[in-house]
Design a protein around this ligand. Structure first.
Ligand code: CO
Length: 134
């Protein structure tokens, strides 16, 4: 069901420092920061030859990643995103298999303008998984 790895998302306490580290220490191609107010995050995209890394920082008071940063003040890996062809087919298959989907279980438009679902870490060995219809 899942296809290619779309991105790995890392929450960082200092976006500027994170961008400099990826650019200068790791030699990666790094975008300018992008505010996504609907998602409560500011994002920097690190473009790798085969996938992307998203550096995430809370934006606004209700950011869904604020608590994560409180629990992990140095930052850390937040989720991984796999592509699927059909988000509703994927959802049905996941529910049949007993997997937990977060929130109300309905696909939402994600940070890239495509429908996404988040799958509960308890169903996937402690890792929050995002699936995106590519
Ligand atoms: Co994501």
């Amino acid at each position: 069901m899942i296809g290619v790895l779309n991105h790995v998302a890392i929450v960082v306490p200092d976006l500027k420092l994170a961008a400099e580290t990826y650019r200068n220490t790791l030699g990666a191609s790094v975008s300018a920061p992008v505010d996504l107010p609907d998602h409560g995050v500011t994002t920097i995209f690190v473009n790798l030859p085969n996938t992307k890394i998203e550096l995430l920082h809370p934006l606004g008071i209700d950011s869904p990643i604020a608590k994560f940063l409180e629990r992990n003040p140095d930052g850390g890996m937040h989720h991984i995103c796999y592509e699927v062809k059909d988000i509703f087919a994927a959802k049905n298959k996941l529910l049949e298999a007993g997997a937990r989907i977060t929130g109300d279980g309905e696909p939402k438009i994600g940070a890239h303008g495509k429908p996404v679902l988040f799958l509960h870490p308890k169903s996937f060995m402690g890792t929050l998984i995002e699936i995106e219809q590519a």
